[in-house]
Structure formats: structure tokens, C-alpha cells
Ligand binder design. Structure first.
Ligand code: LLP
Length: 428
């Protein structure tokens, strides 16, 4: 997003952050549609440049899902990765072309599979043997053929936080390659009448900076496609390489340009396919974080500043782990600033504490901000991904609204929850 400091005040995309906070209240998520679109275009341009028409980026909507974002990414030509009936429902409500929806998940229910097939989703990405049977059975009942892809663990370990590593064999996601499980799954799917084998998929982790693990995963997956062709005479036409591309949260986070990533993978895909004697598959990538994370910030009001001599200063805000659980969950680091004092020196060391009855409810420790006082507007950067989508109502705290800046105008795309919303499912 375009950030600048004018007269000591933080602006994003030309709009004053303290003004937005005043108009819409805090906490609130503020996002830049321009940035989302620019990020989408980087992927679309790279897909066109390196693969011709033989690739499609899918937006991994778990990063941030609401009706408006599906409309935005669809208008940029993206498909979508959804992982639940709820995400699928939201995408369909946004008018998303079902053919461009890929339905993921390691424990899809029968109802969800039925919903996906009835909606005509492009692919169901099968995770396990029981699910293959379930998909086949439901497709039979509905008298349709399900186009499926297989979630495969290529056994590549990407350097990222443990909790978000998913490529190695010890993972709850997908079929393993090493022990023949993936091969057996393809073989068994080929015998099912209501299943059409469309592709294979892998996802090696999230917030990855290296290109090498992606290249290695692509090679391994192409090797698998070749094995299936040679031994089963089945041609797998589509290779989905998942998401995981890293973004900058704090100084020192240096992701390589997406363009280099797309180019290096494309080179590998082409040369390996040739070497293996297979047709170059249609390529899909599933960026989530790298589309929305840096497009978003969160604005809070400082409630108190509590200095414990020789220990630390707690800066309490009117939000916390309910709107951003990532420090509590993963120790993820963020940068912050006081939006109404953005021109002041950033030399105050703070532990930013949330409002929940939980000591671990922190946004970060040892964070450098301007000297804070109650009433200031504290802004945390790069919160566009996995914040709103992971928000909760712990302590019955209503979820904040999402304000999207569109053409220089802040617009509410998700309303603030009310106390009525909080009790709407309680029987009274
Ligand atoms: N495709 C699949 C199959 C995935 O499982 C994921 C993320 C993505 C794509 C998108 O990955 P991205 O481009 O956003 O890295 N809650 C964690 C992140 C979990 C990611 C899970 N899967 C966090 O806050 O860091």
C-alpha cells in the first residue's frame, strides 16, 4: 500500500489513518484495493509471460475471505482456492465462476462435497482414500463426474515456522509419495466410475523466502506425473504448486520478487517435462498471503501505557488476539507506529498487549514505536492476511470492520460485529 507521513500523520493511499479511525471507530482493519490488484497483476503477468495461457493463479482465500475480495480477485482474472463450505458459499455469493474454484481441505464433510459438486466447482482436491470413496459415491448419487486433483506431500521441507509446514511426510495433509500411497490413490481413483483424474497438487508451506524448495517440489511432482504416465498410462494434465510465497513483515524479511519465482519454476517445469517425455502440464499457483498481507493494516486505540520499571512497558490496545492471533499462535513479528505521531522518533520500546483475559494476548514484544499515550491511534502493518480470517469472539469481543480503500475512498466491506451479532445463535 502507499504509505506516507504528512504533517506528522500516517496516510495510506492518500487517506489519513487517524481520520479513518475517527470515522469508523477502532479497532478496524484498513486495506488497499490498489495493492491487492497490483499483487494480483504481478501473478497474472508472470503467468502470461512464462506460461502463455497455460497457467492460472488461484487466490488462496483462507488468507482473507469476504464477498468483496472474491469480486476483486475475480475481476483480475484469478481463480480461487477454498477450503470449506463457508468459503465456497462466500465465493459463490460474490458471483465467482464455480469452474475456477478449487475445493481443498483434509476433512471435507459429505455435505461439503455435495455442495461443491452441485455448485459445479472446477476441482475437488482429494486428500485421502476415504475421501476418494466419498467423492465417488456422492458424484454417483448426483449422476455427475467429479474432476479431482490429488493433494500430494512431495516430502520437501521448506524453512518456515513449524506450524505452517505441510510438505513433509509427517503432515496431516494429503497422500505421501515415498511410501507409494499417492501412486495407489491414483490407481484406485482410475477405477472409480464417477471420478475424473484432472491433476495433482502440492503445497510445501507458507511464508517461504527461498525459491529452491519450490523448484525441488515442482521436479518431484513432475517425476510423479511421469511415473503415472509410464506405469498406469494415465496422463495428468494439471500441476498445482500451491502457495506459500513469503512477504515482508519486518525489516530483514526479504522475499525474492514473484517474477523470479515464476520464471525459475517455469524454466524447471519446461526442462523437466522435456527430460521426462511428458507434455508440459497446465500450471496453477495458489498465493494467499502475498496477495493481501501487505495490503492491510490494523488501527487500534491505545487504552493505557503501563511501565514496569526495569522490566517493560505494556501498551494496551482495544483489540489483540481476537483480531490478530498470530503472535500468540506463532510468535509472528510485526511493525507498528502511532499514526497520529508518525513523524516523531520511533524510539520507544513497547510490548503491545491486547484486551483479552490472557497474558499471552500480545501483538508483539520489544516493538519500536513513537512515545505512546492513551487515545493515540496505534497502527500495525501487514495484517491483511490471516488476521480477519483468523479472528475470533473470545471474551465475546465483536470482530472489527474491514475498511477497503477504493479509488482513494474508504468503504466498509465488512461491517463491525454488534452485540446482537454476538448473541444471534444463543437461544434465549
Ligand atoms: N494452498 C494451500 C493448499 C494452502 O494450504 C495454503 C496455506 C495456501 C495455498 C496459501 O499459502 P500462502 O500463499 O498464504 O502462504 N495461518 C497461518 C498460515 C497458514 C497457511 C495454510 N495454508 C499464518 O497465519 O501464518
Amino acid at each position: 500500500m502507499m504509505t506516507e507521513v504528512k504533517n506528522g500523520v500516517l496516510y495510506i493511499d492518500g487517506v489519513s489513518v487517524p481520520e479513518i479511525a475517527k470515522q469508523f471507530g477502532t479497532p478496524c482493519y484498513i486495506m488497499s484495493e490498489d495493492t491487492v490488484r497490483k499483487n494480483c497483476r504481478k501473478y497474472m503477468d508472470a503467468a502470461e509471460k512464462y506460461y502463455g495461457k497455460n497457467a492460472l493463479p488461484l487466490y488462496a482465500s483462507k488468507a482473507f475471505s469476504c464477498v468483496d475480495i472474491y469480486k476483486t480477485v475475480a475481476s483480475e482474472g484469478f481463480g480461487a482456492d477454498v477450503v470449506s463450505g463457508g468459503e465456497l458459499y462466500t465465493a459463490l455469493k460474490a458471483g465467482f465462476d464455480p469452474k475456477k474454484i478449487y475445493f481443498h481441505g483434509n476433512a471435507k464433510t459429505a455435505d461439503e462435497i455435495k455442495f461443491a459438486l452441485e455448485s459445479g466447482v472446477g476441482r475437488i482436491v482429494a486428500d485421502n482414500i476415504e475421501e476418494l470413496d466419498r467423492i465417488d459415491g456422492i458424484a454417483k448419487e448426483l449422476n455427475v463426474k467429479a474432476d479431482i486433483s490429488f493433494r500430494i506431500k512431495p516430502g520437501v521441507e521448506a524453512h518456515t515456522h513449524n506450524f505452517v509446514k505441510t510438505g513433509q511426510i509427517d503432515s496431516k495433509f494429503g497422500f505421501a509419495l515415498e511410501n507409494g500411497e499417492a501412486f495407489r490413490a491414483v490407481k484406485s481413483a482410475a477405477e472409480k466410475k464417477n471420478i475424473n483424474i484432472a491433476g495433482v497438487h502440492c503445497h510445501i508451506g507458507s511464508q517461504i523466502f527461498d525459491i529452491a524448495p519450490f523448484v525441488l517440489a515442482a521436479k518431484i511432482m513432475l517425476g510423479f506425473i511421469a511415473k503415472v504416465k509410464n506405469e498406469l498410462s494415465i496422463e495428468i494434465k494439471e500441476l498445482n504448486l500451491g502457495g506459500g510465497f513469503g512477504i515482508r513483515y519486518v525489516e530483514g524479511d526479504n522475499p525474492e520478487p514473484y517474477e523470479d519465482y515464476m520464471q525459475k519454476i517455469a524454466d524447471t517445469v519446461k526442462s523437466e517435462s522435456e527430460a521426462l517425455g511428458i507434455t508440459v502440464p497446465f500450471i496453477l499457483v495458489e498465493p494467499g498471503r502475498s496477495i493481501v498481507a501487505e495490503a492491510g493494516i490494523t488501527a487500534y486505540t491505545v487504552m493505557s501505557v503501563k511501565t514496569i520499571e526495569k522490566i517493560r512497558t505494556y501498551v494496551a490496545i482495544d483489540g489483540g488476539m481476537t483480531d490478530n492471533p498470530r503472535y500468540a499462535l506463532y510468535g509472528s513479528k510485526y511493525e507498528a507506529c502511532i499514526a497520529n505521531k508518525a513523524g516523531d522518533p520511533c524510539d520507544f520500546t513497547a510490548t503491545i498487549a491486547g484486551r483479552c483475559c490472557e497474558s499471552g494476548d500480545l501483538i508483539g514484544e520489544n516493538m519500536k514505536i513513537q512515545k505512546p499515550e492513551a487515545g493515540d491511534i496505534l497502527t500495525v502493518f501487514s495484517t491483511g492476511a490471516y488476521n480477519y480470517s483468523m479472528a475470533s469472539n473470545y471474551n465475546r469481543v465483536p470482530r472489527p470492520p474491514v475498511i477497503m480503500i477504493k479509488n482513494g475512498e474508504p468503504k466498509i466491506i465488512v461491517k463491525r460485529e454488534t452485540y446482537e451479532d454476538i448473541i444471534k445463535n444463543d437461544t434465549i
